[in-house]
Design a protein around this ligand. Structure first.
Ligand code: SAM
Length: 280
């Protein structure tokens, strides 16, 4: 059967290289190249960008990115068994695909990328959130990437885009939305993957803002949201008590009822509170 890029179908690739999926590596592969090309399109114009892909596996999404015109793809894959099928793709796209066989948590990606950079990945569930938090909390802003287009379990995707008072609202929403626009751009059922996972998945697209949405003291913002959401059912005057004797007055000054709970408070108000607490 013909594929969109003339390379062999992924089912054949997996069979030829005996790539039995490993659960401990979070291997749930996308085999439909029309679907992976559609995911690649959610990332915007790739023709002027380098793309960082974490966990290419047998290369379904990698091929989607290349078909959609990515200038260059840097793909970091931990599983050595995937190197041979990925080398076949690299040979079909001379100079456009570099593959590194390593743990993505340990690679200095900027040593291999030329800006502008977009990150597109069907992330392994075991390191997905850790990578997202790293990408959202660089030492300097703006970060090395323009956008992140990432597949997550649906529940994690909902936590990233959540708004106050919803069940999923918490630290991840605040962290993501402070310096990015974040939206869910695709939903995928378990059957889209091989093997099918137990849960539904969704693709989140995050675009970096040039400046944080509201000024805030980053360290204090992290601390206040950690304390507030670690005890999310408690009133803020008690969950934030360790911030000092002035916290109740500081909450009022930020326009927050001291009896409110963290899950009711907008990003704007958390940022205002961080500035007031920083002032002392
Ligand atoms: N991109 C492929 C696709 O969409 O079909 C595979 C996605 S699969 C959900 C996740 C991939 O990440 C697997 O190929 C797995 O081997 C790889 N992986 C797991 N942990 C990794 C890590 N720490 N660094 C790099 N790759 C990793």
């Amino acid at each position: 059967m013909a594929t969109i890029d003339g390379l062999p179908p992924l089912r054949e690739v997996i069979k030829a290289h005996d790539l039995v999926a490993k659960k401990q590596l979070g291997q749930n592969f996308l085999l439909d190249l029309n679907l992976t090309a559609k995911i690649a399109r959610q990332a915007g114009d790739l023709s002027t960008c380098d793309v960082l892909e974490v966990g290419p596996g047998p290369g379904g999404l990698t091929r989607g990115l290349l078909v959609e015109g990515a200038r260059r793809v840097l793909a970091i894959e931990k599983d050595p068994r995937c190197m041979a099928p990925l080398a076949e793709i690299a040979a079909a796209y001379p100079g456009r695909l570099q593959v590194i066989n390593a743990d993505a948590l340990e690679v200095d990606v900027m040593a291999h990328l030329t800006p502008p950079v977009r990150v597109v990945a069907n992330l392994p569930y075991n390191v997905g959130t850790e990578l997202l938090i790293r990408w959202l909390t660089p030492q300097v802003w703006p970060p090395f990437w323009q956008s992140l287009t990432l597949m997550f379990q649906k529940e994690v995707a909902e936590r990233i885009v959540a708004k106050p008072r919803g069940d999923h609202y918490g630290r991840l929403a605040l962290l993501a939305q402070w310096r990015c626009d974040a939206k869910i751009v695709m939903h995928l059922p378990p059957e889209a993957f091989t093997p099918a996972p137990k849960v539904h998945s969704a693709v989140v697209h995050l675009t970096r803002l040039a400046e944080p949405r509201f000024p805030a003291d980053e360290t204090l913002l992290q601390r206040l949201t950690a304390m507030g959401f670690n005890q999310r059912r408690k009133m803020l005057r008690s969950s934030l008590k360790a911030m000092g004797p002035k916290i109740e007055a500081q909450l009022v000054e930020a326009g927050i009822e001291p009896t409110a709970r963290a899950e009711e408070i907008s990003l704007e108000k958390f940022c205002a509170l961080s500035r007031i607490v920083a002032r002392g």
